[in-house]
Design a protein around this ligand. Structure first.
Ligand code: NI
Length: 137
């Protein structure tokens, strides 16, 4: 059967701060610049979840996008939307919430719910021009 990729877009707003506790304020500013601001700042994150697999001969689907919508809502939006990632999201207690690390956390949270024969790719826009992708490598 042909392998096809289906995509679902989602959105969340969240605040973060990029810094290391073991570095001085000066060192944090040198590396993370304005993103190290101690008062945090927010982003409008745009998320694309892409699933690649064979079309089911029975349903004609690769994966039911309604199911994927609910999965993203329950696992990602509920956990991240209108949250301070550093303070309120346990995965970032000891992990710097860069777009790179957020994409890996999203991948891991979804991977356990999606059949293993489907490949997952996470694309995460932190700004309209800055975005990252992660496929589980
Ligand atoms: Ni930022």
């Amino acid at each position: 059967m042909p392998r096809v990729t289906v995509h679902r877009k989602a959105h969340f707003n969240a605040a973060h701060r990029l810094y290391r506790k073991d570095w001085s304020d000066d060192k944090n500013f040198e590396v993370f610049n304005k993103c190290s601001n101690q008062y945090f700042h927010g982003h409008n994150y745009e998320l694309i979840v892409s699933l690649t697999g064979e079309i089911s001969p029975e349903t004609g689907y690769v994966y039911d996008l309604g199911v994927l919508r609910n999965l993203i809502k329950d696992e990602i939006e509920e956990a991240f939307d209108h949250k301070n990632l550093n303070i309120e999201v346990p995965e970032f207690k000891d992990l710097i919430p860069t777009a790179e690390n957020i994409s890996v956390v999203i991948y891991n949270k979804l991977r356990v719910h999606i059949p293993e024969d489907l490949d997952i790719k996470i694309t995460l826009y932190e700004t309209p021009r800055n975005f990252v992708s992660y496929s589980g490598e």
